[in-house]
Write a protein that binds this ligand. Structure first.
Ligand code: G1P
Length: 291
């Protein structure tokens, strides 16, 4: 009997230097896309996939993330007193029902693989787990990326990694997968390759479902690219032992919000899709004349 997928690790310890000065006193995961912080979209996506335990791997400067998902008694009672129902709803919708939050610290910035390892004592030795990178926002009008992946995981019972095509000049920014055939069986994984060394242009896009073995292999993973313990290297080791499938997210769109271009695009496109703001914002954009 396979254990169900109920735990997700979200690494949030990174200092977000690419977004300075905005991220000096605010975690990058708390930057907003329209009216919600990035991390709220990620937690929502995890909850929609049936995740009930979210493990933040965090840093002392990032308490705002935990506070965002905690209750704020004074604010709630003020809004109730003044009968501001829409704002009460906005507050209540932050934390999906039935989701628990667990925080662990990453005491040193030793890389993404190390961050995941910091949660190893919370995931049981026979338990699969998901990883969501909060820099990547996945928009979908119906079924989120992790929910699609977890459906697939229930069929294949082996690790499933979200993959997406990127232009050749972008492969150096991502983990890149070589795949065997149409079912995207992964044959090779390389972290941030030079274009001429990339096995394809299918990039690892920040959503992962792993079998328990990955955590064991991470324990023996040595520092790789940039001197960091790389999740991609442990995944490459897992390939020697188990089948791993890529998964192309369908019907939605991803935004790399770890990058200013991606973050700005996400804001504009989410605003255009917004039921309340969208129509006026579209008119405003059409009328813009910055000459
Ligand atoms: C990380 C991973 C990389 C992945 C990327 C997705 O890189 O190491 O394999 O493709 O996230 O956003 P980072 O963006 O942390 O440098």
């Amino acid at each position: 009997m396979h254990r169900g997928l109920t735990k997700a690790i979200i690494p949030v310890a990174g200092l977000g230097t690419r977004f300075l000065p905005a991220t000096k006193a605010i975690p990058k995961e708390m930057l907003t896309v329209v009216d919600k912080p990035l991390i709220q979209y990620i937690v929502q996506e995890a909850a929609e996939a049936g995740i009930t335990d979210i493990i933040f791997v965090t840093h002392s400067s990032k308490n705002a993330i935990e506070n965002h998902f905690d209750s704020h008694y004074e604010l709630e009672s003020k809004l109730i007193e003044s009968a501001k129902h829409d704002r009460i709803d906005a507050l209540k919708s932050i934390t999906p029902k039935g989701v628990n939050f667990i925080s662990v610290r990453q005491p040193e910035a030793l890389g993404l693989g190390h961050a995941i390892l910091c949660a190893s004592h919370i995931v049981a030795p026979d338990e699969p787990f998901a990883v969501l990178l909060p820099d990547v926002l996945m928009h979908h009008p119906k079924k989120g990326c992790l929910a699609q992946m977890s459906n697939y995981y229930r069929q294949v019972h082996t690790s499933v990694i979200a993959l997406e095509q990127v232009p050749d000049d972008q492969v150096h920014k991502y983990g890149i997968a070589g795949v065997l055939d149409a079912d995207l069986r992964i044959t090779e994984l390389v972290e941030k390759p030079k274009p001429e060394e990339a096995p394809s242009n299918l990039s690892v896009v920040g959503r992962y479902i792993f079998t328990p073995r990955l955590m064991e292999l991470l324990k023996n993973t040595k520092p790789g690219v940039a001197g960091e313990i790389q999740l991609t290297d442990a995944m490459a080791a897992l390939l020697n032992e188990e089948v791993m499938f890529g998964y192309e997210f369908s019907g939605g769109k991803s935004y790399d919000c770890g990058d200013k271009q991606g973050f700005l695009r996400a804001n504009i496109e989410y605003a255009l899709r917004d039921k309340v703001l969208g129509a006026d914002f579209r008119k405003y954009l059409a009328s813009l004349d910055l000459s």
